[in-house]
Write a protein that binds this ligand. Structure first.
Ligand code: ZN
Length: 170
């Protein structure tokens, strides 16, 4: 997953004023909801409306509003909410994560360990929201739900005040 590689390294760890592994970080994956979903845009969230600290990552409804208003006219919807857990914290959804995450059927929640540096996506935490809760995605099921091949992916930033383009990739 090229966009994870390039995107996360730069935007999760390399932002000004952020020392590596000090706080959690996250992004939204946008795409077209099909039988097999594919990410068309990764939106990194930071700043106004994004609470990021050690052990906590929470996004305000205003931020989701900003991103939705951008995505809708482009035919994109929210596929997944991705966030990092720091070194020593399992890449699993915490209880607070479950409570704060968007609760929309079919949406993925993905947790990347080691502050986003964990390269092996097979050991990330993968969940899907179904029957009013997030359940782990089974091994083998992921391929059926999500196309991991890299392609053209737009990288953007967003917070409660707006969105900005980072790069067109691929
Ligand atoms: Zn978490």
């Amino acid at each position: 997953m090229d966009y994870i590689e390039r995107g996360y390294r730069r935007h999760f760890e390399g932002r000004p004023g952020t020392r590596p592994g000090v706080r959690e970080a996250g992004a939204l994956w946008l795409g077209v909801r099909e039988d097999v979903a594919r990410t068309a845009a990764v939106v990194f969230l930071n700043g106004e409306g994004v609470e990021a600290s050690r052990g906590r990552w929470k996004v305000s409804p205003e931020v989701f509003g900003v991103v939705t208003r951008w995505a809708k006219p482009r035919g994109l919807c929210l596929l997944g909410v991705v966030h990092t857990h720091l070194h020593g914290v399992p890449a699993r959804l915490s209880r607070a994560d479950r409570e704060h995450n968007v609760q929309v059927p079919g949406v993925l929640a993905v947790v990347i360990g080691e502050g986003g540096w964990d390269e092996d996506h097979t050991i990330w935490g993968w969940y899907v929201y179904e029957n009013q809760d997030y359940r782990p995605i089974l091994v083998g099921e992921l391929k059926e739900k999500f196309d991991m091949s890299s392609g053209k992916v737009e990288l953007l930033g967003a917070n409660a005040e707006g969105m900005w383009e980072i790069a067109k990739d691929g």
